[in-house]
Ligand binder design. Structure first.
Ligand SMILES: *[C@@H]1O[C@H](CO)[C@@H](O)[C@H](O)[C@H]1NC(C)=O
Ligand SMILES: *[C@@H]1O[C@H](CO)[C@@H](O)[C@H](O)[C@H]1NC(C)=O
Length: 341
């Protein structure tokens, strides 16, 4: 449902095998990159006891609702001041999902795990994600402090300015670093839900993710920033793949929320736990896990480029990203294309 501030200290064991050849390729495809498995400090807010490292305890179930099976038409809402270079970076990540020619391990290979989820009509999550519209709310139409409900007003205002596909559309609201959001930093770094006909005129899934760079990077741009109390103590922060903890952290949260939006768009499809108001979804199950050998405070084997920047996926335009793994309904484990045997 949301990115919890909880850090899973005992993560589910990584999947070691995967049927695609791509997962078996050596990681060091680029001569100047090296792989490593950093130990990362716990976030310190509180540690989840839910999974305790055993996939037997994970009871991910299907609850009869739809998944996003048509090509996903994403409408981006840039709320606040967004420099063009920042937009391009985030759009490169989103467009990498349907860009199979990026070098392995790639963002589109990462999304292949999503395509394994289907609904009761036997429709799988689409491998195609398009940016079908963009709205700029650079005047902060609803102020610099938003709530879960006012996000729907932001969407409603944006959606009236262009045609939105009511069948296969989804909104992604991205707030600039000077926008406060209810529970941001304290309880969530991003969330997804669906619009209400009374607010927006129809029901479509949406996700919100904020830039935490100025407000709480040690919480929401983790692991690119670490809590202040760790300074001088525990392991240092990792260098972000695109040099911007706020944005790179945001991309990691966007990946998490999109995976959950696609598999549980109306909050009645794929989740674990008994409580539909606090579902544990496919991103939550793998939070903090980015490669093989992760868990117990280790993030798993990831790569480092010649500049010391950490990444685990390649995208379009030569971009690199660090994105958590997601739960596979087939392997019943967290998986990603940078898995090593
Ligand atoms: C995997 O690689 C082997 C050897 O290169 C090749 O023969 C086989 O067809 C590949 N399988 C797939 C599924 O790509
Ligand atoms: C669709 O989902 C089913 C059920 O998980 C899976 O067996 C199948 O491989 C998926 N199809 C694709 C194209 O991924």
């Amino acid at each position: 449902m949301l990115i919890h501030l909880l850090f899973l200290t005992s993560l589910i064991a990584a999947a070691h095998s995967h049927s695609h050849n791509a997962t078996k390729q050596p990681l060091n495809l680029k001569p100047m990159s090296s792989s490593f498995n950093p130990k990362i400090p716990p976030r310190g807010i509180s540690a989840s006891k839910r999974f305790e490292g055993s996939s037997n305890l994970v009871n991910l179930r299907y609850h009869m609702g739809p998944v996003l099976s048509s090509p996903i038409k994403l409408y981006l809402i840039w709320y606040g001041r967004w420099p063009p270079s920042h937009r391009l970076l985030i759009k490169d990540f989103l467009l990498s999902i349907s860009h199979p020619s990026s070098p392995s391990p790639s963002v589109s290979q990462w999304w292949r795990t999503l395509s394994l989820y289907s609904d009761q009509t036997a429709a799988n999550i689409s491998s195609r994600l398009l940016i079908s519209g963009e709205f700029s709310d650079h005047r902060y139409s609803h102020g610099k402090s938003l709530t879960r409900l006012s996000i729907q007003s932001v969407i409603a205002a944006a959606a009236t300015t262009a045609a939105v596909d009511h069948r296969s559309g989804a909104f992604l609201v991205l707030t600039a670093s000077d926008v406060a959001m209810q529970d941001f930093c304290r309880a969530v770094c991003g969330f997804h839900y669906f619009t209400f006909p009374s607010e927006v005129g129809y029901t479509l899934p949406y996700a919100w993710v904020g830039n935490s760079g100025a407000q709480c990077p040690e919480v929401c741009a983790y692991p690119f920033a670490v809590p202040g109390y760790m300074a001088g103590g525990g392991p240092g922060a990792l260098r972000p793949p695109n040099g911007d903890p706020g944005l790179d952290g945001m991309i990691s949260v966007i990946a998490h929320e999109l995976a959950e939006l696609a598999s549980n768009p109306l909050v009645n499809a794929w989740y674990a736990g008994e409580d539909p108001t606090a579902p544990t979804e496919i991103g939550d199950l793998c939070e903090g896990l980015y490669g093989s050998g992760g868990g117990g405070g280790y993030m798993g084997e990831v790569m480092r480029d010649s500049g010391g920047r950490t990444f685990n996926l390649n995208g379009r335009n030569g971009r690199k990203f660090l994105v958590q793994w997601v739960w596979s309904p087939v392997l019943k484990a967290c998986v990603g294309p940078n898995a090593v045997n």
